[in-house]
Design a protein around this ligand. Structure first.
Ligand code: PLP
Length: 420
């Protein structure tokens, strides 16, 4: 009955070290967030001990009466949140959710059409060495070379030429809304099913601040840990006609026993996502991203060769274009890391630099909004980033780091939480 500090001091030290890292830096990776204490508690609970293959009321194991309640709550809450006819809350991750979606909708060798990986698409939307690229034939649409926007006329042209069985709307790095109604009409025209992967923007949809793909798509998949700010995991929403296929594609098609501690944590996250406070937080997410985009498109920054793809953002992230900057993506990521800001380098469409280096940064605001940041703090963060990207190698790292320390000190993360 000993705790982790006694059983495994090395891992206890990692937990302590990671809490300190999260507290002392500004987390701006667009796909990350800070889960509420209630989610941490559900996920670190005795539910991890339970096997529950099957679905509520139809399990292959005894003793599922408590976990059935948790999973039923998660299903009811997420259906209500997005207005969906059916929900499966068992996927262990976004990638396994996506594997199950394709497994349910099409057969090996059928064709998928998604956003080019190098233009902001995801690995599971048809990357060559991913399951999606190995099991299915892949066609892709890209963004316009000038505007960097998805042009729906081009998507239609590609769909008519390629005749895919599934069209995918969704992205990992794209700063604008997609036109789901146009995707629907193209899918209908070519006889394809429409799958939207809302992994990134699901929290904005829940708050009513982004168009809801559930109104248009046959199937919608998502992660829970990005803008929703729940446990690391996935879920699938669908029209009723796909319910059975989706459920059997998840279990037994893709997975064995669901992670019931994570399913319970999802239920908590979905409850929170229906609250006023959550909607207010998502407002701050969007405002923060706009403040950063505005600062990084100001004249003093563009003079240094730095700009923002599409000239701004409608979502929780900003894509910084460094193609004309002295800094490449790796150098910019390292520089911001030295200042205490964590971001990830990201290829820009038509990137002249190799994928390990890149000419871009992806900067997101969800985690800082969860920490409590509003306009004033995001303005300061935007200015710190602008100063670093302008100065490059000549950056006064110490003085910018001091400004970061002030922000992290003013907005303590998980106040009172002790690890070990
Ligand atoms: N779908 C999209 C659009 C994503 O951006 C991601 C994560 O980066 C995923 C799916 C996969 O999620 P996970 O990392 O949980 O497998």
């Amino acid at each position: 009955n000993q705790g982790i500090a006694q059983v495994d001091p090395e891992i206890a030290a990692v937990l302590d070290g990671e809490l300190a890292r999260q507290r002392d830096t500004l987390e701006m990776i667009a796909s990350e967030n800070f889960v509420p204490r209630a989610v941490l508690e559900a996920q670190g609970s005795v539910l991890t001990n339970k096997y529950a293959e099957g679905y509520p009321g139809k399990r292959y194991y005894g003793g599922c009466e408590q976990v059935d309640i948790a999973e039923t709550l998660a299903i009811q809450r997420v259906k209500a949140l997005y207005g969906a006819e059916h929900a499966n809350v068992q996927p262990h991750s976004g990638a396994t959710a996506n594997a199950a979606v394709l497994h349910a909708l099409i057969n090996k060798g059928d064709k998928i059409l998604g956003l080019e990986l190098a233009h902001g698409g995801h690995l599971t939307h048809g990357m060559k060495i991913n399951f999606s690229g190995r099991l299915y034939e892949v066609a892709a649409y890209g963004v316009d070379p000038e505007t960097h926007l998805v042009d729906m006329d081009k998507v239609r042209e590609t769909a008519l030429a390629e005749r895919p069985d599934v069209i995918i709307g969704g992205w990992s790095a794209y700063p604008r809304h997609l036109d789901f109604a146009a995707f629907r009409s193209i899918a209908d025209e070519v006889g394809a099913k429409l799958w939207v992967d809302m992994a990134h923007f699901a929290g904005l949809v829940a708050a009513g601040l982004h168009p809801n793909p559930v109104e248009h798509a046959d199937v919608v998949s998502s992660t829970v840990h990005k803008t929703i700010g729940g446990p690391r995991s996935g879920f699938i929403l669908s029209r009723e006609e796909y319910a059975k296929k989706i459920d059997s594609a998840v279990f037994p098609g893709q997975q064995g026993g669901p992670l019931m501690h994570v399913v319970a944590a999802k239920a908590v996250a979905f409850k929170i996502a229906a609250s006023e406070e959550f909607a207010e937080r998502q407002h701050r997410v969007l405002r923060g991203a706009k403040i950063i985009a505005d600062r990084l498109t100001a004249a003093d920054v563009t003079e240094a060769g730095v700009s923002v793809l599409t000239g701004g953002t409608d979502v929780h992230l900003v894509l910084v274009d460094l193609r004309h900057s002295d800094l490449d993506g790796q150098q910019a990521e390292d520089l911001l890391h030295a200042v205490g800001i964590t971001v990830n380098r990201n290829a820009v469409p038509f990137d002249p630099r190799p994928p390990r280096v890149t000419s871009g940064l992806r900067i997101g605001t969800p985690a800082l909004a969860a920490r409590g940041f509003g306009d004033e703090e995001f303005t300061e963060v935007a200015d710190i980033i602008a100063e670093a990207l302008k100065a490059g190698a000549a950056t006064d790292v110490e003085s910018l780091k001091a400004r970061v320390d002030k922000l992290t000190g003013d907005f303590p993360l998980y106040p009172g939480l002790q690890q070990y």
